[in-house]
Design a protein around this ligand. Structure first.
Ligand code: ATP
Ligand code: MG
Length: 323
């Protein structure tokens, strides 16, 4: 059940994935529409200022106000950048009209932005991230309550998803560590060929524990909290669908990180046609396979929110992509 007006902070869901064109914006637009139609108040945010097109995926005209105004420090109040969309309950902060010569916002400004987003009058804030693993993308990904990693079933996309997860993991760890020496160790570990011979997060943990056991415990705790959600988009075969499990299993073995396979969306001509028609596929072809799988993912996001709002102490059920 969506929250009433005296509601808890907005739940931030960040959608990234490393590779361009895998369907991040398509996913954000459609998940936002399903959640809004379910009755949640949703704000979709286009954080991809260099390739802003979320408004098009939602069938909204390019708004004048945009996140670019916050980045360029023309507007400090994020709430003033929110515009209505044709879909009830769904609002948008676009990424249009960016000055491509502008520098990326600083880390502190990104943190400020995320704090403001959490205070928006919304149940969900969905963030559409740009491609790549730059720190400006990772910061948005890391402050989300949920971080979705989208990949397509092709080697280049899988490779980029691992690079993205690896970069996100180490950035998260470095932000969590307090001591200068420990942070230096994490920075060293980010270079895959570092001379200290740190090759895996477990190597890093051993070094940190030797230097400072308290930071070692903090490292383990932060590692446990890092739970990326994997989505396979444009799946065509049973093997493609299984890829999500394989990625989660590599995360567990290599990082010691529990990733969840949130779900998959099959490759569907209706998806391509809906983008061409500038409409979300869940509206354009609500009965298409893609729409059905998108609805399934949206319902899992809704369930995770409801679960997070339950009083502490109740057992928490986890669900996998196959459920
Ligand atoms: N499940 C699908 N089936 C068929 N086509 C799809 C599917 N998902 C996405 N597409 C197609 O892929 C195109 C690229 O998707 P989208 O723009 O969402 O990718 P992106 O990851 O946001 O890219 P970028 O990194 O450039 O922002 C869409 O315009 C659509 O035509
Ligand atoms: Mg995009």
């Amino acid at each position: 059940m969506p929250a009433a007006s005296s509601s808890p902070p907005a739940r931030i869901v960040a959608v990234g994935g490393g590779k361009g064109g895998v369907g991040k914006s398509f996913l954000v637009a459609n998940l936002a529409v399903v959640l809004a139609r379910t009755g949640y108040r949703v704000v979709a945010v286009d954080a991809d200022l260099e390739g802003a097109n979320l408004h098009t995926c939602l069938g909204a005209p390019a708004p004048r106000a945009s996140l670019a105004d916050f980045v360029a420090q023309r507007e400090e109040d994020i709430a003033k950048l929110v515009v209505e969309t044709p879909i009830p309950n769904l609002q948008l902060i676009a990424g249009t009209h960016a000055n491509l010569g502008d520098a990326q916002p600083s880390h502190l400004r990104r943190v400020r932005l995320m704090r403001s987003l959490r205070r928006l009058q919304a149940d969900f804030v969905l963030l559409d991230l740009g491609a790549g693993s730059h720190s400006s993308v990772l910061d948005y990904f890391l402050v989300g309550d949920e971080g979705l990693v989208v990949l397509a079933p092709e080697p280049t996309s899988v490779e980029n998803a691992y690079t993205f997860l690896r970069a996100a993991f180490y950035r998260r760890m470095r932000l969590a560590m307090v001591g200068h020496g420990v942070r230096k160790l994490v920075t060293a570990a980010m270079d895959q060929r570092n001379e200290r011979g740190i090759r895996t997060p477990l190597d890093l943990l051993r070094e940190i524990e030797a230097l400072d056991p308290i930071e070692g415990s903090l490292f383990v705790e932060t590692m446990r909290e890092f739970r990326p959600r994997v989505v396979v988009n444009s799946a065509r075969t049973a093997e493609d669908i299984k890829l999500g499990f394989a990625v989660c299993s590599v995360c567990r073995k290599y990082f010691g990180v529990e990733a969840d396979y949130l779900g998959y969306v099959n490759q569907d001509e209706a998806a391509r046609l809906s983008v061409a028609a500038r409409k979300p596929v869940v509206d354009y072809r609500p009965k298409s396979d893609a729409s059905v799988y998108l609805q399934r993912i949206a319902h899992k996001l809704a369930a995770a929110r409801e679960e997070s709002l339950e009083p502490a102490g109740r057992p928490r059920a986890r669900s996998g992509a196959g459920s």
